[in-house]
Ligand binder design. Structure first.
Ligand SMILES: Cc1cc2nc3c(=O)[nH]c(=O)nc-3n(C[C@H](O)[C@H](O)[C@H](O)COP(=O)(O)O)c2cc1C
Length: 331
């Protein structure tokens, strides 16, 4: 049984990755249904929380059925990170996760996210103070290192474990790689096999099929796998992987009725949580993902991103079911 502190996660948990502008409550609702064992909020700016910025505050919204869930924080100032961890703790998640992996300039060039990989003493101090300020388990998500020449994840893992983090997720790329190339899981396996390490080690990067999940689980020996991009528009990935692990068989891909049902659920929640205008607007980026690979879908997509009311979107989605009801869509 994999455990983060007292949180029991089953034999081989599948985690939904924190993703900015994606991992909001509506998206998490469909992923929870799709079988995610542990989910995270998108990263939340510690400065934003301290300033009481409404946008950052809203990201703290979590719901009972989402448990276990972690709130992820980022920032470059230790005082603000501690202050924001206290605010996040009051929102009552199951754990607090610290982002030491974000590569984007606006974050990493302001001393936050992956930038801390270049200043391990500060990373260690920041983490230690956050661990001290909350009763919740603290976990970390990071990368292999800053660049090819400074892959310092072995030292990072040992030192963060020593000061009390309860799990570590490693994305198998460096900061400089951003999202390019293939994620390298060999160093992740090295951390897992380090006899000094006893906290759960979760691997992350490029897992997008049940076959790959099984291969990586067997080859790299991690305690669980975190999945990001493959879940966008395809929340079924978690249950598909679990089914494959259990039976060796591949579940057939969701048919059109199921795709539409999940899209509607996502949309309804989006509108409820963000309001009509923003809910409908932000949902637009998801349609092509939910219907990826569906032949001749483009005219429907064009209409879906043009209409302005929930009722109109729902009506088009009903038409989609109708239009494809006679064909076997497996996309
Ligand atoms: C759109 C997008 C937003 C992301 N936002 C975050 C974030 O807020 N926090 C974080 O730790 N990682 C973030 N990431 C990185 C993912 O959590 C994950 O590490 C990365 O996508 C690799 O996993 P994958 O290959 O399964 O997608 C983001 C990735 C994407 C594609």
């Amino acid at each position: 049984m994999v455990k983060i502190g007292q949180i029991e996660l089953g034999e081989f948990p599948l985690l939904l990755a924190p993703m900015e502008d994606v991992s909001d409550p509506p998206f998490r609702a469909v992923c929870k249904e799709g079988g995610a064992d542990l989910m995270y909020t998108e990263f939340i700016s510690s400065e934003g929380l301290i300033r009481d910025a409404a946008k950052s505050r809203q990201k703290l919204d979590i719901f009972e059925y989402e448990r276990p869930i972690g709130i992820q924080l980022f920032g470059g100032d230790i005082g603000n990170m501690v202050g924001s961890a206290e605010i996040a703790t009051a929102a009552n998640p199951d754990l607090i996760d610290i982002n030491y992996g974000c590569p984007v300039k606006a974050v990493a060039c302001r001393g936050a996210g992956a930038a801390l990989l270049q200043d391990i003493p500060k990373m260690v101090q920041m983490t230690a103070e956050i661990v001290k300020c909350t009763h919740l388990p603290v976990t970390v998500k990071t990368r292999l290192g800053w660049d090819d020449k400074t892959k310092n994840i072995v030292e990072v893992a040992e030192r963060l474990q020593d000061i009390g983090i309860k799990a570590l997720t490693i994305h198998g790329r460096t900061r400089v790689q951003m999202y390019k190339g293939e994620a390298d899981w060999t160093l992740i396996a090295e951390i897992k096999n380090n006899p000094r390490m006893h906290i759960p080690i979760f691997g992350n990067g490029d897992v997008d099929t049940p076959q790959k999940a099984l291969e990586y689980r067997n080859r790299f020996g991690v305690d669980g796998i975190m999945i990001g991009r493959a879940a966008i528009g395809y929340p079924w990935i978690f249950n598909e992987i679990k089914h494959f692990f259990k039976t060796g068989e591949t579940l057939s891909a969701p048919g059109m009725a199921e795709r539409v049902r999940a899209t509607k659920k996502h949309l309804e929640f989006s509108v409820r949580w963000k309001g009509d205008r923003l809910g409908i607007f932000e949902m637009r980026r998801h349609y092509s993902n939910y219907f990826k690979g569906v032949p001749d879908f483009k005219p429907f997509r064009t209409r879906l991103v043009e209409v302005e009311t929930e009722a109109e979107v729902m009506a088009i989605l009903d038409e989609v079911i109708e239009a494809y009801s006679t064909s076997l869509v497996t996309a």
